[in-house]
Structures are given as C-alpha cells and as structure tokens.
Design a protein around this ligand. Structure first.
Ligand SMILES: C[S@@+](CC[C@H](N)C(=O)[O-])C[C@H]1O[C@@H](n2cnc3c(N)ncnc32)[C@H](O)[C@@H]1O
Length: 230
C-alpha cells in the first residue's frame, strides 16, 4: 500500500470543495444523500464529527433533527457551514452549536457531553492516519472508538482506500467487511492504493456501502459508509 495521501481540511480543501461540489463530486454527494436517507436513528439530537462546511451533507438529512452539535478543528468550518446550510436549518428550526476542538483529544468527553444524541462521523476517520503516523495506534484507536460507541446510534462515512484512477466504478452494498485486496480485485483496480486504516471501525458483520468518490480527475477514494443501531 502507498504511504501518502492527499490532506483534507483547511483552505485548500474548501477551495476544492467549492468548485467540485457542483461538478466532479456531484455523483458522490448524491450517493451520500441516498445513504443518509436510509439511516433513521430515533434520536432528535445529532452530533457531527468533522463536518467541515458540510459540503457533502444534504439539508434533507440535517433538518430531520431538532438539535445539532458539531465538532471540527477547522476554525472556518462554522462560518462556511452557515453559508451552505444556515438558511435550511433556520427554516426548519434546527439549533446548531459548534465546538472548535479535536474530537480525538477526548472522544469519551465529547460523547458523554451528548448522551442522548446520534453520532455521524463525516468523512473524518480516514484522516486519522495522516495525523498520527503510527499505524498500530490508529487501528487501536478505531477499535477503542467502536467500544466507546457501544449502545449508541452512530454512522460513519470515511476513506477506506485511495489511489490513482480516472473513472469511478459503481457504488455497491456489502453484507459485511471485505479485505482491501478482495475489494480492489472485485473492482478490477490495480496499482498502489493507500490504506486509510479504517477497515476495523465498523463491526465486521455490519452491512455497508462502498461509495466511489472521484476526489480529483485522476484520484479515486473508496468511501465506506455504514451505521450501527444503538
Ligand atoms: C474531509 S473533511 C469532511 C468533509 C465533510 N464531510 C463535508 O461534507 O464537507 C474532514 C474534516 O475533518 C476535520 N477534522 C480533522 N481532524 C479532526 C479532529 N481531530 N477533530 C475534529 N475534526 C477534525 C477537518 O477539519 C475537516 O473539516
């Protein structure tokens, strides 16, 4: 597997997202929208981890909740999120509070602060291997987080694998986890692929959807999306 990946978050992320969300990213955004439409947690409160400006999050999902708490390290995220989603949230009477903090500094503290909320990890878990260079520590963190989330309604869409490709294969549903090798072979994808170390975040027997995302014209991310009912 390749040892580097594109960084996301911050100024360049926002510039790319602003241009691509109505173009190259449109099919991926529609897939995220359709996947989230199927997740129906009973909670009226939602915690968003790493939502950025919500470039890929649909209003129709966010407005299903009464209260949203968002946690992102990017200080620009609240203002940009307000530009993208503010009007829809105001119309629907959804309250939104922000925390400009690292979720990973105290995951238990963040979750304990919102005991009655469903939790959505917004394409953030695949960035952990860029922030923490120790692969074993990242994989241990995924398992620890899964344990912390026990009894919760939670969902995550995250980078599983990324690499060079100029076409996006079709999205697909899986009954359970598949190894990186099996998944890439099933798509007929060769070459070097970066493993984002998120393969153990969802329980192995949880159904999931693979959403291919053409992040750039020549770069494909295979996003894994799944939920766990509390
Ligand atoms: C790929 S972007 C998410 C995009 C988002 N799903 C959207 O629709 O725009 C990843 C986000 O995770 C945030 N992030 C990265 N590390 C974080 C951490 N430790 N705690 C909270 N947020 C974090 C980044 O600031 C960035 O906004």
């Amino acid at each position: 597997m390749k040892k580097s990946a594109d960084r996301t978050g911050g100024f360049f992320w926002h510039m790319r997202a602003l241009v691509a969300r109505q173009g190259l990213w449109t099919p991926f955004r529609h897939e995220v929208d359709a996947w989230l439409a199927g997740w129906k947690p009973p909670q009226r409160k939602l915690v968003l981890i790493g939502p950025s400006a919500g470039w890929c999050l649909p209003d129709s999902f966010l407005t299903r909740f009464d209260e949203i708490a968002a946690v992102d390290i990017d200080p620009a995220a609240p203002r940009l999120f307000a530009l993208v989603h503010g009007r829809a949230l105001r119309r629907a009477g959804v309250s939104l509070v922000w925390s400009n903090a690292s979720f990973f500094a105290d995951p238990a503290g963040v979750l304990d602060a919102h005991p009655q909320a469903a939790v959505l990890f917004c394409n953030v878990m695949g960035q952990r291997c860029i922030q923490v260079r120790d692969s074993a520590a990242v994989e241990a963190e995924m398992l620890h987080l899964r344990a912390l989330l026990k009894g919760r309604s939670w969902a995550s869409f995250h980078d599983l694998l990324s690499g060079i490709a100029s076409e996006a294969p079709a999205p697909r549903s899986l009954d359970r986890a598949m190894s990186a090798y099996e998944l890439l072979s099933s798509y007929g994808l060769g070459g070097e692929w970066f493993d984002h170390l998120t393969g153990q975040l969802l329980p192995a027997d949880a159904p999931r959807r693979i959403l291919p995302w053409r992040f750039k014209r020549d770069r494909l991310h295979l996003i894994e999306a799944g939920w766990v009912d509390g």
